[in-house]
Design a protein around this ligand. Structure first.
Ligand code: SAM
Length: 368
């Protein structure tokens, strides 16, 4: 990521939270560094919340000036900046001011591929408390979210406007960064109607319809999300070729399209619900239709893979799961679908090209 954005000072020392032990560190130092990873995450979240990277974008600033502009304590601000400079997010200059590194640029709200909403989400009152109850999930297998908030995350988002805005801003931040990788690696020329199932605020669908002028798009989402998506389509001049339909994807999905997409959707659900969702989609698909599952695919045991932490995120917040290729095959088989191809992209997401498994005939009725 840092090399893509070019080298400003400090970029080479940047490393992910929890893994900033020096090269050659002893097991004890490595373990302590891992243990302190939660501090790195929370410091990043606070810096993102206070829009520090936006303040530093124009010019380096002293901690006292930043503290004044953000209504914070000057000494505490310095200590936050110093900690983040130690892991390559900011850089302290000889005159005591701080500047952004290439890694820190990603906390700017308007940086290409900005991770600012995601940093805010991870440290927010929506997600930080549930991480603190990971132990409950591991002991019981139940999502910590319901233990902490007394309702599912979807119920909470539907009734808490700030959390809803933050969650969907984060999903859009992921989507905007991932859309290019998807469009560069999958050719939608043969599609006529594309249904994006649970397509969030519609960024992927808008990009597909924009690139392929013959394609009509249907976004299928919860009612509180379709309103925002519709505004987005109209603002981008795509209102005549993109519609947003509200509904519950477990009950029905618009039928008859030749291309269905589920991007970062199945990981929100356990196997039973995911199979139900795939079956609903299969029922909507004509036999020659394609389903594109755009998702992380968990790497085999022992391989380093952030998807394995993402998997726990899904478990504690939604009772969901990230899955291996074999687990996807099994889910699809149970919904009379088959996995034809896995297309890797430069993003963490792969495109799983799926079609109806027409070899599996329905069971003949048993005679009385
Ligand atoms: C993790 S987000 C992914 C959004 C989008 N596909 C993306 O990649 O940015 C999951 C989406 O599922 C939607 N969703 C959850 N339950 C749903 C339901 N029962 N019917 C339709 N959409 C639903 C949520 O509103 C949310 O936008």
């Amino acid at each position: 990521m840092t090399s893509e954005l070019g080298g400003r000072k400090g970029s080479s020392s940047a490393s992910p939270a929890g893994s900033h032990a020096a090269p050659g560190a002893s097991p004890r130092q490595q373990m302590f560094s891992l243990l302190m990873g939660c501090y790195a995450s929370q410091c990043l979240a606070v810096a993102a919340d206070l829009r520090i990277a936006d303040h530093l974008h124009e010019a380096p600033q002293r901690p006292s000036d930043l503290a004044r502009d953000t209504q914070c304590d000057a000494r505490a601000m310095y200590r936050l900046l110093r900690a983040l400079a130690g892991i390559g997010v900011f850089h302290e200059r000889d005159d005591g001011s701080f500047e952004l590194t290439a890694t820190g640029e990603l906390l700017r709200s308007d940086a290409p591929g900005s991770l600012q909403p995601i940093a805010r989400l991870i440290g927010s009152d929506l997600q930080w408390p549930t991480l603190g109850h990971l132990g409950h999930t591991v002991r019981t297998g139940e999502p910590a979210f319901e233990h902490v908030f007394g309702m599912t995350m979807w119920e909470y988002l539907a009734t808490h406007a700030d959390a809803h805005a933050l969650f969907h801003a984060s999903m859009s931040a992921f989507s905007i960064a991932e859309v290019r990788a998807i469009l560069d690696n999958y050719d939608f020329s043969d599609a006529v109607t594309v249904v994006d199932v649970a397509g969030g605020q519609g960024h992927l669908l808008a990009a597909i319809v924009d690139k392929y002028p013959h394609v009509e798009g249907i976004l299928f989402e919860r009612p509180e999300v379709t309103r925002e998506a519709r505004d987005q389509f109209v603002a981008n001049g795509l209102g005549h070729r993109c519609q947003a339909i509200a509904g519950d994807m477990f009950s029905t999905i618009p039928s008859g399209a030749d291309c269905y997409i589920m991007k970062s959707v199945l990981h929100d659900w356990d196997d039973e619900r995911a199979t139900q969702l795939l079956r609903t989609c299969r029922d909507a698909m004509v036999d020659r239709a394609t389903l594109l599952i755009i998702t992380r695919v968990v790497r085999p045991a022992n391989e380093p893979d952030l998807s394995k932490f993402q998997d726990l995120n899904m478990l504690i917040n939604l009772n969901g799961a990230e899955r291996t290729a074999d687990e996807f095959r099994e889910l699809l088989r149970n919904a009379d679908l088959q996995l034809d191809e896995i297309i890797a992209t430069p993003s963490p997401l792969s495109i799983l090209v799926c079609t109806a498994d027409t070899s599996r005939q329905p069971e003949p009725p048993t005679s009385p």
